[in-house]
Ligand binder design. Structure first.
Ligand SMILES: Nc1nc2c(c(=O)[nH]1)N[C@H]1C(S)=C(S)[C@@H](COP(=O)(O)OP(=O)(O)OC[C@H]3O[C@@H](n4cnc5c(=O)[nH]c(N)nc54)[C@H](O)[C@@H]3O)O[C@H]1N2
Ligand SMILES: Nc1nc2c(c(=O)[nH]1)N[C@H]1C(S)=C(S)[C@@H](COP(=O)(O)OP(=O)(O)OC[C@H]3O[C@@H](n4cnc5c(=O)[nH]c(N)nc54)[C@H](O)[C@@H]3O)O[C@H]1N2
Ligand SMILES: [Mo]
Length: 713
């Protein structure tokens, strides 16, 4: 039976897996590795089994339960297999042929642009899309549609870490080293990451690190399963991680534990940071963060005495109106200790989505062109325009960021049509009730999806597309490793790939240049467009990553004039000799803690935070439909003391309210959360009716991780 090496459809680890296509053969239970193989029926096509790929280094054959059950959407009865168009008289979606649907979309987009200008059309992408799709989507917007209004859900994911990385290091690669390096560090500090639930196969690195005698520190308002596998837990008030970082810097400085030689040789800006940190003595930090001064002192002592320290941030620290500043604060801790660039040490961001890294490099972001080039840089525009075969002046400038784009929909001067690929906005955007209203105000909403997501259900046109196992493309995982996701099975009849849809739309709206729908061709073009950019992929080919276990960017092409040159090996580790700023130095950036956008008050006395559970993925559009994954709906996690005060009982309904909306869901009474904080997972409609749309000034990341709330039994 044919077997294909490919990668999981979910998170940024991009775990390797083997898919066995059992078409025509009886389903067999024999697995190829650890764990239970799982199968999804293929709509009369036999089974598609998930087996281990033990040699792939990121997960060494391990998968989480989402990975083992990932084929469950194959042949699913809710899988979309025909284009749908909303009937104006009945208001219902009805099945139509592809030509009719694509002609309708193209003619309406052109008509709206003729009436209201090119920016009347918006494009919204996703960090789960392959590099090829992200690249073609940006090109569709800028070349075929000529609109500046393109952005994507990565703004909600890792944009604060990206912005901080660019400021501090001059480059934004989530992890500047392979994930397995974590095992070798002496102290690992996880700020706002619950990786035991969000990247389960990576948990083994925590265990191995501790087995070696290292220490894992977790900073989280909840005692998560990750904290249970750590040595030290600090439980701050949500939104106070920057104060904590400044407190650590204060103590390191006071103890003479700052690596002065490193600071002098490899960085700039320390004196300004030192001045800010001077104002964050332990008792003040305790008052703001709720973390006892003794715990802060113990952490500083641990860090000061460690040979190597690695600090990692994830969404808990980043999804704040001060997310960029918070990451800069923790980068400051790593720099003060002299760690970035040292083996088995440094700072990294745990990127989230499957292609969260590559998705932010190839031009679906409002201010970027492929290769992580900036859209307002004349040299970048000239290079990319040459690859695209258009005039640089024809390329629009920077557009609105994701939330600002959604907020502008249907308003004067805002887009009148929106094309969505790879995001379920009405579930996952902040202040989602408001976002749903903005979507309703559009003249045309077009959604490409595998299933009828909550956002697709609002669309005027729904286009059914292939899913991961049915198509080929590349993904760039959280380490900057570019991997090949290979097609394992043919798509269901009636379904097209996103690349085919993009190419067909480009042609119909009269694009001045043709768009390829062949992933390998698109990747080669992407390589040329990225050549010489910060994220240079030009030396990577499909053949090469099919053989190797992925290649880390930057990987420039060798000079064609030098026939004997060995191919560039790729770059697993950055910063050994220099940072990416022109002077080779990292920047300390002086930032101060301001507090959250919406402080608590008498009417809304609690902090609401949101996040993930192990068995569901994101807006849940995919995982809620997989029968083997538990789907109990949203819940409200609260402390027994709070429960007693408001009369809440475990398992019974409570109502959470914020200034934006209300959510009724069962209480989950646990002593693992701060008594002043409640937690709601966002995989179901509801959590984001509550969240605040305050944005970080530099990354435009919304404050998903804290707002003021009240809870009633
Ligand atoms: N099971 C599962 N795995 C996933 C995903 C999924 O949906 N489900 N999504 C993927 C994606 S796109 C992403 S971005 C990653 C996210 O991965 P993580 O960042 O690990 O996930 P979250 O649950 O969003 O947040 C992590 C933790 O932050 C804590 N937190 C909340 N507020 C604060 C705060 O103010 N400060 C601190 N220090 N911590 C806080 C929460 O309690 C939570 O435990 O996961 C990826 N993996
Ligand atoms: N309150 C709160 N809200 C959050 C967060 C939080 O922590 N708290 N986290 C934020 C983060 S980090 C993220 S990443 C976002 C994610 O939230 P979303 O942007 O909604 O991401 P997904 O749920 O992965 O949505 C992907 C959609 O695209 C479809 N899809 C999957 N693959 C493809 C494909 O190849 N092509 C096309 N056309 N469609 C595809 C899926 O079926 C699904 O409907 O949520 C954000 N929202
Ligand atoms: Mo994310």
């Amino acid at each position: 039976m044919p077997q294909t090496r490919t990668h999981c459809p979910y998170c940024s680890l991009q775990c390797g897996m083997t898919l066995r296509d059992g078409r025509g053969a009886p389903s067999s239970g024999a697995g190829g590795g650890r764990g239970a193989p799982s199968s999804g029926t293929g709509g009369g096509r036999g089974t598609l089994e998930v087996l281990a790929w033990p040699e792939f280094p990121v997960n060494e054959g391990g998968l989480c339960r989402k990975g083992w059950t990932a084929t469950g959407l194959r042949g699913h009865r809710e899988r979309l297999t025909t284009p749908l168009v909303r009937d104006r008289s009945t208001g219902e979606l009805r099945a139509v042929g592809w030509d009719e649907a694509l002609d309708l979309v193209a003619s309406r987009l052109l008509a709206l642009q003729a009436e209201s200008g090119r920016d009347a059309v918006g494009v919204f992408g996703g960090g789960g899309l392959t590099n090829e799709k992200a690249y073609q989507l940006g090109k569709l917007a800028r070349v075929a549609l000529g609109t500046s209004q393109v952005d994507y859900n990565g703004r909600w994911c890792m944009s604060s870490a990206a912005s901080a990385g660019n400021q501090a290091f001059g480059i934004d690669r989530g992890l500047p080293f392979p994930l397995a390096d974590l095992e070798q560090t002496d102290v690992l500090v996880l700020v706002g990451s619950n990786l035991v639930e969000t990247m389960p196969p990576a948990s083994r690195h925590l265990d191995r690190l501790r087995a070696r005698g290292g220490t894992v520190v977790v900073v989280d308002p909840r005692r998560t399963p990750t904290a249970d596998r750590a040595d030290v837990l600090l439980q701050p008030v949500p939104g106070t991680d920057l104060a904590l970082a400044l407190g650590v810097l204060h103590l390191l400085d006071a103890a003479g534990a700052v690596d002065e030689a490193y600071v002098a040789e490899r960085t700039t800006g320390w004196e300004d940071v030192r001045r800010v940190a001077a104002g964050w003595w332990p008792e003040r930090v305790e008052r703001v963060t709720g973390v006892p001064a003794t715990e802060l002192r113990a952490l500083a002592t641990l860090l000061a005495g460690a040979g190597t320290v690695t600090v990692l941030t994830a969404r808990g620290a980043e999804q704040h109106a001060q997310g960029t500043a918070t990451v800069l604060g923790w980068i400051g801790v790593a720099l003060a200790l002299g760690m970035p660039g040292k083996p088995h040490a440094g700072y990294g961001c745990l990127t989230g989505q499957g292609n969260g890294q590559g998705g932010r490099e190839h031009g679906q972001k409002a201010d970027q062109l492929p290769g992580y080039r900036m859209v307002d840089d004349p040299a970048a525009r000239a290079h990319v325009a040459r690859v695209w075969g258009v005039a640089p002046e024809s390329l629009p400038g920077a557009g609105r960021s994701a939330y600002e784009l959604l907020d502008a929909l249907g308003r004067p001067g805002g887009p009148r049509a929106l094309l969505v690929l790879g995001s379920n906005i009405v579930v996952s955007a902040p202040r989602a009730g408001h976002v749903a209203e903005r979507l309703e105000a559009l003249d045309l909403l077009v959604v490409c999806d595998l299933v009828m997501s909550e956002t697709a259900a609002l669309a005027d046109v729904v286009l059914p597309v292939t899913q991961w196992a049915e198509e080929t493309g590349t993904m760039t995982n959280l380490e900057g490793r570019v991997v090949l996701r290979q097609q394992a099975v043919p798509p269901p009849t009636g379904v097209r790939s996103d690349l085919e849809v993009i190419a067909a739309l480009a042609e119909r709206v009269g694009s001045p240049v043709a768009f390829s729908a062949d992933p390998e061709e698109v990747f080669a073009e992407l390589g040329r467009a990225s050549a010489g950019g910060r994220a240079d992929y030009s030396g990577i080919t499909y053949d090469r990553i099919r053989e190797e276990h992925g290649v880390f960017w930057p990987c420039p092409a060798t000079d064609p004039a030098d026939a004997g040159a060995a191919p560039h090996p790729g770059t697993p580790r950055l910063f050994g000799d220099a940072f990416a700023h022109p002077d080779g130095r990292a920047r300390f950036v002086a930032v101060d803690h301001r507090g959250t956008a919406e402080p608590t008050d008498a009417a809304y006395p609690l902090h609401l935070t949101t996040g993930r559970v192990l068995a569901q993925y994101q807006s849940g559009a995919q995982t809620r439909r997989i029968p083997d994954l538990p789907d109990a709906g949203p819940f409200v996690e609260l402390h027994p003391m709070l429960a007693a005060r408001i009369g809440a009982v475990d398992g019974r309904r409570v109502v959470v309210t914020t200034r934006r909306g209300a959510l009724e869901a069962p209480a989950r009474v646990v002593d693992t959360i701060r008594p002043d904080t409640v937690f709601v997972p966002f995989h179901w409609v509801g959590a984001n009716r509550l969240t605040n749309d305050a944005l970080d000034p530099s990354s435009r990341m919304p404050e998903f991780k804290v707002c003021a709330a009240a809870v009633h039994a």
